[in-house]
Write a protein that binds this ligand. Structure first.
Ligand SMILES: *[C@@H]1O[C@H](CO)[C@@H](O)[C@H](O)[C@H]1NC(C)=O
Ligand SMILES: [Ca+2]
Length: 254
């Protein structure tokens, strides 16, 4: 009897809410649902319902801990241009560039005039020197003072004049000295700036360098009587070693 009633309740359930009691439909189909007017005992508890919809969004959580530092960002836009500084005090009045150029131009012109004058004077004194017996060979000029002196004094005379004893280092320079001797007569002879005073047989220039050009006479240097350490040049241009104490024409080179 209880079973029939429960089935009846189920049928009512199906009728009232069709589709929600599918599980019992087949069972209910074999039961003839009558129209009972009297109420029965309360039924058993129903089964658990299906899972409900999602609840409402919860409250905001607490702030999390600080994260690690991120990579450096891109370069920012250029900054705003600063304000212009205040105007400085007025400087001293300067000369214009063009007036500076004019000054230099004037100085150059004056120097050119002085240089021209100097060149003219140089040429004039060069002529006077050559007219007076000086001889030119390349950049060298040889000249005599007309005096006869020992080797030591002749050397001193030339040095004090700002030159040195004639020292021909090639044929042309040797000829220049020879030409001076020829204007002084057949027997004119002159010392050269050469000697072997330091080491016998080794002729050197006054500066200590070994000689690089010679024009010895035949049989010279013979160091006669072991007393010939100086060198003379004859009017034929040939050289001979002689004692340094003899008097010879002073010929200097400049
Ligand atoms: C050596 O030279 C001198 C000149 O310096 C000369 O008078 C003399 O005859 C020469 N002696 C010899 C042996 O050649
Ligand atoms: Ca000799």
């Amino acid at each position: 009897m209880i079973k029939v009633l429960s089935l009846l309740m189920l049928c009512m359930c199906i009728k009232a809410d069709n589709g929600k009691c599918e599980e019992v439909t087949s069972t209910c189909a074999v039961v003839t649902c009558g129209t009972h007017s009297s109420s029965g005992l309360p039924g058993r508890d129903g089964r658990d319902g299906k899972e409900g919809p999602n609840g409402e969004k919860g409250d905001k959580g607490l702030q999390g801990s600080r994260g690690i530092q991120g990579p450096p960002g891109k370069i920012g836009p250029p900054g705003v241009k600063g304000e212009m500084g205040s105007v400085g005090e007025k400087g001293d009045p300067g000369r214009s560039a063009s007036s500076e150029v004019e000054v230099v131009k004037g100085q150059v012109k004056a120097l050119e005039g002085q240089l021209h004058l100097l060149q003219e004077n140089f040429n004039k004194y060069n002529k006077i020197l050559l007219f007076h017996g000086g001889k030119k060979s390349g950049e060298k000029i040889v000249v005599t003072n007309g005096q006869e002196e020992t080797f030591e004094n002749a050397q001193k005379t030339c040095r004090e004049a700002g030159g040195k004893l004639a020292t021909p280092k090639n044929a042309a320079e040797n000829i220049a000295v020879q030409e001076i001797l020829q204007t002084k007569g057949d027997t004119a002879k002159s010392y050269l700036g050469i000697s072997d005073i330091q080491v016998e047989g080794i002729f050197k220039y006054l500066g200590g360098e070994k000689i690089s050009f010679t024009n010895w006479n035949l049989g010279e240097p013979n160091n006669s009587k072991d007393k010939e350490d100086c060198v003379e040049i004859q009017d034929n241009g040939k050289w001979n070693d002689i004692p340094c104490s003899l008097l010879r024409l002073v010929i200097c080179e400049f």
